[in-house]
Design a protein around this ligand. Structure first.
Ligand code: LLP
Length: 380
C-alpha cells in the first residue's frame, strides 16, 4: 500500500510528486545486490528522474550516470558522480555538449554515427584529448514494447547498423583522437518479456565474434536499459525482478576474459517510488460515466496521453461504494485523460487522487503548456 498519510497532506498544495525514499532504497539495494553477484556495472539513466535525492541514492548505491544531454552530464558531475563513472549517449550531441564532456574527462561517449565520430575526433583533437567511445550498434532486435519506446530496430534512428560497421572501423583508423573501448546496445524501454533480452544477448555474442575476428578487443559491453515494471500491480511488485534480469545476462552473454558488462537502467530503479498526487476539482456527468476532473493533467504526467500507458489510480480520501469514472485533467486537449471507465470509490471535490508508478519519466517530461506551474515535490 501507498505509505502516504492523507491527514498530513491536507495543507500540501496540489498537484505534487511524492517520492518514497524507502522504496527507492529497497529497489536500489536489490539491484546493487543482484548486479554485484556478477560484477556487473550499472549506470543510472538520469533521463528517468534527475532529482538530487534520487541521484544521491544512485551514487550511494555505487552506480554511475548515463546521460543524454550536456545538462545531464553537468547535473551528474555537480551531484558528485566521479567523471569516470559518467557516460554520454544520444543521437544528436551538440558541439558545446561534447566540449563540456571532454573537458570533464568523462568515462565514455556512446557514439551513433560516422559523422558524430568525425566531429568528436575534431573536438577532442582541439582539446588535446583522446575521447573514449563505445559504438552504439543497432542490433535489429524487436523489444515487443510500445512503438514510441522501441529503439533497436533498423527503422529506428538509433545506433549504427550492422552493414555500416566495416566502414566505421575503417574510419576509426583515421581518427587519432578516438579510442574504441566498447560496444553499446539499447533496444527499448518497458520490456516485460525477458526473452527479448536473451535475443539481445545472442546478437551481442555475434557482434563480439565479429570484432574478435578483426582483432579488436573490447573492454566493455553495454547492454543498455529497458527492464520494465508492473504498472498494474505496484504493491505486489514494488521491486522489479533484478535476479532474473541480471541472471539472464550472466547466463547468455559470452564474455571475453576481463571484459566488463555495463547496464543503463532508468525506469526499473525509480518508477515505483514515485506517485503523482492530485486533487479532484469537479465531478461532471458524462454519457456513460462520470468525469472526475483533477488539478493534474498531461502537463504533469504525459505518459497516458503520449503512449496510452496505464497508471494505477487510487482515491486516497474515499472508501464509499465504487462508481465508474473517466479520470481527466484540466488541459485543453482530449488526450488529457489518465484513465477511462475506471471503478473508483465514490469520488468528490477535494478528494486526493494518487497516480501510481510515476517516478520514472513523470516529472522530467512535464511541460509548461497552458502556462502551467511546475508541480511541487515531496520526499517521505
Ligand atoms: N539507455 C538508452 C540509450 C536509452 O535511450 C534509455 C531510455 C535508457 C538507457 C533507459 O531505459 P529504461 O531502463 O528507463 O527503460 N519516456 C518513455 C521512455 C523513454 C525511454 C528512452 N530511453 C516512457 O515514459 O515510457
Amino acid at each position: 500500500m501507498l505509505n502516504l498519510k492523507v491527514e498530513e497532506l491536507q495543507n500540501q498544495a496540489t498537484p505534487f510528486y511524492a517520492y518514497d525514499l524507502t522504496v527507492l532504497h529497497q529497489t536500489l539495494e536489490a539491484a546493487r545486490h543482484e548486479a554485484g553477484k556478477y560484477n556487473f556495472h550499472v549506470h543510472y539513466a538520469l533521463k528517468a528522474n534527475a532529482n538530487a535525492p534520487v541521484l544521491d541514492a544512485m551514487r550511494s548505491a555505487g552506480f554511475g550516470a548515463d546521460c543524454v544531454s550536456g545538462n545531464e552530464v553537468k547535473r551528474a558531475i555537480e551531484n558528485g558522480f566521479p567523471a569516470h563513472h559518467v557516460v554520454f549517449a544520444g543521437v544528436g550531441k551538440s558541439d558545446a555538449e561534447i566540449n563540456y564532456a571532454l573537458e570533464q574527462d568523462i568515462f565514455c561517449f556512446n557514439c551513433e554515427s560516422s559523422h558524430e565520430l568525425e566531429v568528436l575526433n575534431e573536438l577532442a583533437s582541439a582539446q588535446n584529448k583522446t575521447a573514449r567511445i563505445a559504438l552504439r550498434i543497432n542490433p535489429n532486435v524487436n523489444a515487443n514494447t510500445h512503438k514510441y519506446i522501441t529503439t533497436g530496430l533498423e527503422e529506428n534512428k538509433f545506433g549504427i547498423n550492422a552493414w555500416e560497421l566495416e566502414s566505421v572501423l575503417e574510419l576509426l583508423q583515421k581518427l587519432p583522437a578516438i579510442q574504441l573501448i566498447g560496444i553499446h546496445f539499447h533496444i527499448g524501454s518497458q520490456i516485460t518479456d525477458l526473452s527479448v533480452f536473451s535475443n539481445l544477448c545472442t546478437r551481442v555474442n555475434e557482434f563480439q565474434d565479429w570484432f574478435e575476428a578483426r582483432k579488436i578487443v573490447l573492454e566493455h559491453i553495454n547492454v543498455g536499459g529497458g527492464l520494465g515494471v508492473d504498472y498494474y500491480n505496484p504493491d505486489q511488485n514494488l521491486v522489479p525482478d533484478f535476479a532474473a534480469y541480471f541472471g539472464l545476462f550472466n547466463q547468455f552473454l559470452k564474455l571475453r576474459p576481463g571484459q566488463q558488462v555495463h547496464f543503463e537502467l532508468g525506469r526499473a530503479l525509480v518508477a515505483q517510488c514515485g506517485t503523482l498526487v492530485s486533487k479532484v476539482l469537479y465531478i461532471k456527468k458524462g454519457i456513460s460515466t462520470n468525469f472526475a476532473i483533477l488539478d493534474a493533467g498531461m502537463t504533469e504526467l504525459i505518459r497516458p496521453a503520449l503512449y496510452q500507458s496505464y497508471h494505477k489510480i487510487e482515491n486516497l480520501s474515499s472508501n464509499l461504494p465504487e462508481e465508474r469514472y473517466d479520470v481527466v485533467g484540466p488541459i485543453c486537449e482530449s488526450s488529457d485523460c489518465f484513465g477511462k471507465a475506471l471503478m473508483l470509490p465514490e469520488t468528490n471535490r477535494g478528494d486526493l487522487i494518487a497516480i501510481r508508478t510515476a517516478g520514472a519519466y513523470g516529472e522530467v517530461m512535464a511541460s509548461g503548456y497552458n502556462l502551467r506551474e511546475k508541480a511541487e515535490v515531496i520526499y517521505y
